[in-house]
Ligand binder design. Structure first.
Ligand code: ADP
Ligand code: MG
Length: 844
């Protein structure tokens, strides 16, 4: 998206939101001040740059205006954008504009170059072609190159290729990003200054005129209520197109010049017996690239819709269309380009986005089926004895949610199909015990189980915790604890001793080699580790279950690498990043989903407070008191999106400042993303061991870390983080009996930031926050990487949960009745499915 496109989107959003300055987080001014330079650069017509400069967006003051002032300001800027689109288009027939002098006043343009007369005849020719009625059916197929469309030369086709439009079919699926509403015709006497309006009338007179000191076209158009002057700057050649007494439709914004109303460079169209496409209706606005102009593109899409749409076969089964009240495909395509009204545009988009989601879901279901069918797994025998022995020795009882999820997992493990399950659970909801039980079941069946965590600290943490659980029952066999506790052995669970090992990169080569050897020989039952587990030297004897913790921290390849280490092992992936269910089912669609949606009883709610920056000193003394009481604290530095290097630098400066000026008597540690892995681990280890009082960190600290003595999480620049991320931070404290505190300190507390951060004070449910976050910030952050391999979504939004759910239900129903899409009536659907999924990569 170009800067201009985003600017337009944001402004329109702001307008829809009622000029409340809520379109961008942090406020419109902040956005504009930051982006104006970039937007300016994306204007490729020097003529327009000066108009842009007049808007003075780099120093906008929108936030301080009242609503009326905001409206006026908005109309002005949007007017400029519209003008720019129109303007860019009129340049299509002209020579490159670089030689033109820049000038602010459009009516004072320098005299046209002599080249213009040549260009004008070209333009006239285009116009005369346009009058050919193009609604006859075309024989060429939808896969034909664009050049079969009249007027699309190879050079134009190459420009379309930049927008991924290569065939006639692609052009049908090249959707407008919005519409300009020129549908309401106004009598000339009722025209209002400053509004987008459409008139229809008779040309009384049209002539080449000098406007300012450049030549242009001037016309007088009249209807039964009055006359109005219409001018087109720089387009003297237009005059020829306007014969006296011809009927014309004019759409655009009405201005006032010397006290009289005037249309300046409006859209125009001669009224003949063909359909209007540029005026007098909802006019589509297409995403463009350099060298493509709105008028041409509209002409071509119209011609394509008229000529080829009959060839589209509607692949959706008709029951589904009826049930979901969807338009037929040809109608939807026709209406999405040239809608009768906004309601039809909406319905067209509804149908087309349903298609996207439905095909997505069908593909996801098919993959899951293929994966499962192609992958016979190892059916585990479930020994209730083992399970209850383990449960009895826990210092707590499982929550209902844990029980339920455990049963779901057990049911999977009993099948001769490999389990493939995603376990989602709020921070601290107790996923590790469940994973431990699954690992134990694998071991009881004579298989090995592996648990992979994203960092050494987390792996060690799991190892310690799991050993802790096991030691409650089993006695650790003396003498079987070689090395530095990286292999341990427990009796009392199985009929034989149970061996558990920790494999991480920082072990000595000797230790690693020994472990590799033991793993290969099958002498270790449960192996916990990091990426070290998927190195090629690691060979399992009989891997039956792979558990992946905090799965979003691993790439697809790393996950499948662990899976490949066994013969179709059962796979359990765990995450504390809550994603609304339907979305999770789509993104990780080949996984079944289990959710632990309940925290263990008596869990502290971390007291969360948003503090104005001026109370920072108070926060510091609070930290001080907590540390004197034997607690520890995190201080998170602001997110600097552009650069991890800058972020690290800022964290370092803050760390030094805090050490020197604020907490000279305390032990502080520093953690940031630019540190080498082992240094990070080192710092975390010190912090965990209680050797540091305060950890100053960038956002890298967010995942899974369990430091029970930490009681305060202080987040600087809190407004820059997403709610989910803040919730993850907050989950780092209050993990034992003592009260935990989360202090959010925004840099600048705008009303929106205050509202968002207030949510953190009130809402402690990660799922609710995730949904709110998606609503407020969009899905980008979650899905950047995971989305790869999914077909493109042009219209549908992953955040539109209701549509996703509908599409999913329909896909499931269809799948049940015809899982292989073998029925004759499903053939078009089957073809469409393989078309959209053709590019799909391996995922999850
Ligand atoms: P997460 O789901 O974030 O990985 P953990 O598995 O680390 O959470 O569990 C957090 C803490 O809660 C651990 O100390 C664990 O022993 C404890 N815990 C787990 N289940 C329960 C339960 N049902 N009741 C009480 N405490 C529990
Ligand atoms: Mg965890």
């Amino acid at each position: 998206m170009t800067g201009i496109d985003s600017l337009r989107n944001i402004l329109e959003l702001e307008r829809r939101k009622g000029y409340t300055d809520k379109a961008v987080i942090g406020g419109l001014d902040k956005y504009l001040h930051k982006q104006a330079g970039q937007i300016r650069q994306s204007i490729n017509n020097p003529q327009l740059v000066s108009g842009f400069d007049e808007l003075n967006l780099a120093k906008s003051n929108y936030g301080s205006y009242d609503v009326d002032e905001r409206k006026r300001w908005m109309a002005n800027v949007l007017g400029w954008l519209d003008e720019m689109e129109g303007k860019t288009e009129t340049d299509s027939s002209q020579e490159p504009v670089v030689s033109r002098q820049e000038t602010g006043d459009r009516s004072q343009e320098p005299v046209a170059s002599s080249k213009e007369s040549g260009a004008s005849s070209q333009k006239t020719e285009v116009r005369s072609q346009e009058t050919v009625v193009s609604s006859q059916k075309r024989r060429e197929g939808l896969d034909s190159p664009l050049t079969v469309i009249k007027g699309i030369a190879l050079s134009v086709a190459n420009k379309f290729a930049k927008l991924n439009v290569r065939t006639v079919g692609d052009l049908l699926y090249f959707f407008p990003r919005r519409y300009v509403d020129y549908s309401r015709r106004k009598p000339i006497s009722e025209l209002i200054e400053g509004e987008e309006q459409t008139i229809m009338g008779t040309i009384w007179q049209a002539r080449v005129a000098t406007l300012g000191n450049r030549r242009g076209t001037e016309a007088i158009v009249g209807d039964e209520t009055g006359n109005v002057r219409v001018v087109w700057f720089n387009q003297p050649y237009l005059a020829k197109s306007f014969r006296t007494n011809a009927q014309v439709v004019i759409s655009g914004t009405v201005g006032v010049f010397k006290g009289h109303k005037v249309f300046e460079s409006p859209e125009w169209e001669l009224l003949k017996d063909k359909e209007l496409i540029h005026t007098g209706r909802l006019v589509p606005v297409y995403p463009l690239t350099q060298g493509l102009y709105p008028r041409q593109v509209r002409k071509w899409t119209k011609e394509t819709v008229d000529g080829y749409i009959w060839q589209l076969s509607d692949f959706l089964p008709s029951e589904i269309k009826t049930r979901c009240q969807l338009l037929d495909l040809p109608a939807a395509i026709a209406q999405v380009h040239y809608p009768d009204d906004l309601k039809m545009a909406e319905r067209a988009r509804g149908r087309l986005s349903f298609d996207e989601l439905f095909l997505l879901q069908l593909g996801v279901l098919a993959r899951k089926r293929d994966w499962k069918e192609g992958q016979p797994g190892n059916a585990f025998h479930i020994d209730q004895e083992v399970i209850s022995r383990f449960l009895q020795c826990l210092p707590f009882t499982l929550t209902q949610a844990q029980e339920r999820v455990l049963q779901e997992i057990i049911t999977d493990l009993k099948q001769a199909k490999a389990m493939s399950r995603l376990l989602q659970g709020e921070v601290g909801s107790g996923k590790t015990v469940i994973a431990t039980l699954a690992l134990l079941i694998a071991a009881a069946n004579g298989y090995q189980g592996a648990l992979m965590a994203p960092t050494e600290v987390l792996a060690e943490q799991h190892y310690t915790n799991i050993c802790g659980y096991l030691s409650q029952v089993g006695t650790q066999e003396p003498g079987s604890e070689p090395g530095e506790g990286t292999i341990r052995c427990y009796t009392g669970f199985l009929s034989r001793p149970l061996t558990i090992a920790l494999l991480i990169g920082s072990l000595s080569n000797n230790e690693k080699e020994r472990l590799h050897d033991e793993i290969k020989k099958g002498k270790v039952d449960i192996i916990i580790g990091t990426h070290a587990l998927i190195q090629k030297e690691v060979e399992f004897n009989k891997l039956g279950l792979a558990v992946i913790d905090e799965q979003h921290r691993f790439g697809v390849l790393q996950r499948s690498a662990l899976r490949q280490k066994g013969f179709n092992p059962h796979v359990l992936v765990m995450t504390a990043t809550p994603i609304p269910r339907t979305m999770a089912l789509t993104l990780y669609g080949d996984l079944d989903l289990s959710v632990i949606d309940e925290l263990p009883p008596g869990r502290q709610v971390v007291k969360t407070k948003c503090l104005e920056p001026q109370y920072r000193e108070k926060a510091y003394s609070f930290l001080h008191r907590q540390v004197s009481n034997g607690r520890q604290a995190f201080i998170i530095c602001p997110l600097i999106e552009e650069s991890e290097v800058l972020e690290a630098k800022a964290a370092k400066t803050e760390y030094e400042r805090l050490s020197r000026e604020v907490f000279p008597g305390l032990k502080l540690g520093l953690l940031h993303g630019q540190m080498p892995g082992n240094e990070k681990e080192e710092v975390m280890r010190h912090f965990r061991a209680g050797e540091l009082d305060i950890l100053v960190s960038t956002s890298v600290v967010e995942v899974g870390i369990d430091v029970p003595r930490a009681s305060v999480m202080m987040v600087e620049g809190a407004e820059r983080f997403g709610l989910s991320q803040l919730h993850q931070f907050r989950g780092r404290v209050g993990r034992d009996k003592e009260q935990g505190y989360c202090l959010l300190i925004p840099e600048k507390l705008s009303p929106e930031a205050r509202e968002r951060l207030r949510l953190m004070e009130k809402v402690h449910d990660g799922f609710a926050l995730a949904e709110k976050d998606l609503e407020l910030r969009g899905p980008g952050e979650f899905f950047g990487t995971h989305q790869s391999g999914l077909p493109d979504l042009k219209l549908a939004k992953l955040t539109d949960l209701r549509s996703m759910e509908l599409a999913r239900q329909e896909a499931i129903t269809l799948f049940q009745s015809d899982p292989n899409l073998k029925k004759a009536e499903h053939q078009p659907l089957r073809q469409q499915l393989s078309r959209v999924w053709a590019k799909g990569a391996e995922w999850s």
